[in-house]
Structure formats: C-alpha cells, structure tokens
Design a protein around this ligand. Structure first.
Ligand SMILES: Cc1cc2nc3c(=O)[nH]c(=O)nc-3n(C[C@H](O)[C@H](O)[C@H](O)COP(=O)(O)OP(=O)(O)OC[C@H]3O[C@@H](n4cnc5c(N)ncnc54)[C@H](O)[C@@H]3O)c2cc1C
Length: 388
C-alpha cells in the first residue's frame, strides 16, 4: 500500500476493518458486480462485527463512536476494493431518528438497527419532476384520523429491496399555504415490506453502477401517525441536519477509493515494462499519479477537519461540503490516472479498475451534485446573492 499521511489515525479500527475486508477479496466484489447482486455476505459480516452501528449510542446497543471513527470504517471498506454505497445508509440514516425521534421511537428502532435485525438503509427524498429543487416535492401525506395517506412518486431511492424501513419526506402542508418554502414537509418511518403489499410499488432502475436504486409509486399508502418523526412540517430541516454526516462519510469513501486507485496504479506502472523499462519511469506517467495523490491527501485534510468539527458539535456545513467536493474530485482524478495507465487492461473486468471507476463517478452527482456545493459555498460562505 502507498503511504498516506493519516494511516496512523485510529489504527485499531483500521486494522480490524481491513482484516474483515480481506475475507472479501477482489473476486468477491467482481462477481457481485457481474451478477448485479447485493453483497449480502459482506454487509452481513460488517453488521455482525458491529461496524454499521458505530454512530448509535451505547445505550441503544451501538458503539457510540464519533464521525471520525465512522469515517475510517467507510474509508477502509472502499480502500479494500468494496463499495460502502451498498450499506452506508445503515450507518447514517438513523441520525435523523436519533436527533429528532421521540424516546419511544428511539427505543423501538435504534436497538434493532444496531443489531442488524432491521435495516434502515433507505431515504426517500428525490422526485422525478423536481430533482434538486426539493422544496417543490409533490408527494403528499394527508392526515386522516390516526394515519397519514401518502400519494406521489420518488426516484433513485436506493437499497429499498435490502432495507426494512425507509425515511420518507413528503409535503404535509401545500407549498402555497406555507410562509417559507422549506416549511410544511414532514418525515416518516415507512415499513417497506408492509408498504409493498399495499400502497407502494417499486420499479428498479438499471444503472451504470451495481447500485440497487428504484422508482417508488405511492397510491394511498397508509402510514400510522406514530411513524411521524419529530414535528409535522419540520421534516426538511431534519433532513438537512443529517447531511453533514452523510457528506463527510461519503468524502471518506471517496478518499478510500482514491487510495485504492493509487495503490493499484502505482504497483502496475512499476511492474509493466514497455520500451524496455517500467512505464512508471516516464514522468508523463508519474506526474498525473503524483497529482492525484496530492489531491487525495489534500481532500483528506478537509475530511478530518469536518469530522473534528462535527464531533465537537460545532457548525461544519462548510467543511462537510468542501470535503465531499474535494474528495469526489480527487477520487475521480485518481480513477482517471488508474484507467489510463493500465492501458487496455484498465477496461478488463478482472483488474477491477473499470468497476471502481464507475462506482466513484457517482459521487459527483449523488447524494449532492458538485454544482449544489458550489452554490452552497457561494451563497452561505461568500455571501453572494441567492440564485434559487
Ligand atoms: C445511483 C443513485 C442513487 C441515489 N440514491 C438516492 C436515495 O437513496 N435517495 C434520494 O432521495 N435520492 C437519491 N439519488 C438522487 C440524487 O440525490 C440526485 O440524482 C441528485 O441530487 C441530483 O438530482 P437530479 O438527478 O434530479 O438532477 P437535477 O436536479 O435534474 O440536476 C441535473 C444537473 O443539473 C445541475 N443543476 C440543477 N439545478 C442547478 C442550478 N440551479 N444551478 C446549477 N446547476 C444546477 C445539477 O447540479 C445536476 O448536475 C440517487 C441518485 C443516483 C444516481
């Protein structure tokens, strides 16, 4: 493995996650990708070892670790050649419940999520006609007695087929009737298997990555009123509260990817001989790899800054967004260098570069696109006028 500045942080966690991941070598992830299957055995092993419950407080059966430690788990999964995208929702989706759920909800859900008995891997926000403009969502939840009745549609909702519960964002007060456009939306716990039997249809979306993601159609889906999280109308704010953790963890995944590409390409260009010498002896080959390394290390600094602020309960929106931006960009540059200098072999599935290349590309678009991060920085940090 190439040296990194930060490998000495949380060495016990790193070693333990690396040891578990070593039981799932390249061939395992390659076969899962080829079969467009879910890495069930891998996710089960991570869950049984308690890694997915890192952020759940000990009183609810988790390990009560900070975001820094949790980010190391995600980084190591991706650095091992795996893809945290299959399971990262289980680590951070519960944050919404933890911060805004009632005591009864926390006691009901969190211990079962911590043990892995229940998976809370899905979060339903994006809609086909509104996209990034979340406050315009058209899915509605109307209270009728002790139930809410949901109608509408979502798109790109991940891991629905490998989750027991989903957090759903829906409008409970029409946009025309609220003072602020971010008011009037609420979040609910949706029992996915019950919903599939009545009121919710799931249509998988075949896509570039082996990422289980779906369109959801709601027709009079009934949700018990006690599944509302927090106060009615405050759901958008609750979702926003969780984004800093999500963005920082995904930054760590991209950093893991970046190091994985750099590990592989450095080894390959040192061994591959063309024109009678290793291709890595040419500066035309060395420099893009060195450039990608510098970018990943720099992104890593911002990731640790975001973790430190989050764990100290300080505002960290700027650092979390910038870490996600820098890390997604750096991993993509490392991916480009890796595929380029593997030559034709970069395109061969057996080298795994093309798989990781596809996987890491996603993070410039989801869960937040690069343009939205520019927009956040321009508006919230630089004080430029709102553009939307
Ligand atoms: C594999 C995958 C998994 C996903 N999983 C989930 C999930 O589990 N749950 C969920 O809720 N969503 C999920 N998403 C959705 C994801 O968060 C959105 O795709 C993403 O936020 C972008 O929204 P959109 O696709 O509607 O793009 P659009 O909003 O249509 O935007 C398209 C492009 O235009 C740019 N753009 C739009 N408006 C502006 C503007 N004002 N200024 C500058 N640029 C702009 C965007 O940056 C983007 O690049 C997933 C997406 C994918 C691909």
């Amino acid at each position: 493995m190439i040296p990194t500045q930060f490998d000495d942080r949380f060495p016990d966690i790193r070693d333990a996650v690396r040891a578990l991941c070593a039981e799932f070598p390249d061939e395992y992830h390659r076969k899962v990708d080829e079969a467009r299957a879910y890495p069930e055995a891998f996710v089960d092993a991570l869950t049984r070892a308690g890694w997915m419950a890192a952020l759940i407080p000990q009183e609810y059966g988790g390990s009560g670790l900070g975001l820094a430690e949790a980010s190391v788990i995600m980084e190591e999964i991706n650095r091992s050649g795996g893809n945290s995208g299959a399971c990262h929702g289980q680590m951070y989706n519960m944050g919404t419940l933890l911060r805004h759920g009632s005591n009864a909800q926390k006691e009901l859900y969190l211990p079962r999520i911590a043990s892995g008995e229940w998976r809370l891997q899905s979060m339903g926000v994006t809609e086909p006609t509104t996209g990034t403009d979340t406050t315009k969502i058209k899915t509605t939840a109307v209270k009728k007695g002790d139930r809410y009745v949901v109608n509408g549609q979502k798109v790109w909702i991940s891991r629905v087929q490998h989750s027991d519960w989903m957090i759903l964002l829906a409008r409970t007060t029409p946009l025309a009737e609220v003072k602020k456009k971010s008011d009037g939306m609420s979040i609910f716990m949706v029992d996915l298997r019950a919903a599939e039997k009545s009121g919710m249809a799931v249509r998988p979306i075949p896509n570039m990555v082996n990422h289980e993601t779906n369109e959801l159609f709601f027709e009079n889906l009934e949700i018990p009123a006690e599944n509302l999280i927090g106060q009615e109308g405050q759901g958008f704010r609750y979702i926003l509260d969780g984004l800093n953790a999500e963005r920082t963890l995904i930054a760590a995944e991209c950093i893991g990817d970046g190091y994985w590409f750099l590990d592989r390409v450095t080894k390959y260009v040192s061994e591959r001989e063309v024109f009678g010498r290793p291709i890595g002896q040419n500066q035309g080959v060395q420099f893009p790899i060195a450039d990608a390394y510098i970018e990943v290390e720099a992104a890593n600094l911002m990731r640790w800054e975001a973790c430190a602020k989050f764990d100290a309960r300080q505002p960290c929106g700027a650092q979390a967004n910038m870490a996600k931006y820098l890390a997604a960009k750096a991993s993509w540059e490392a991916a480009n260098a890796a595929i380029q200098f593997h030559g034709g072999f970069g395109f061969a599935c057996e080298y795994d570069v093309e798989r990781k290349f596809r996987e890491t590309r996603l993070y410039q678009v989801a869960p937040v696109s690069t343009n939205m991060i520019y927009s956040y920085v321009a508006e919230h940090i630089l004080g430029l006028p709102r553009s939307f």
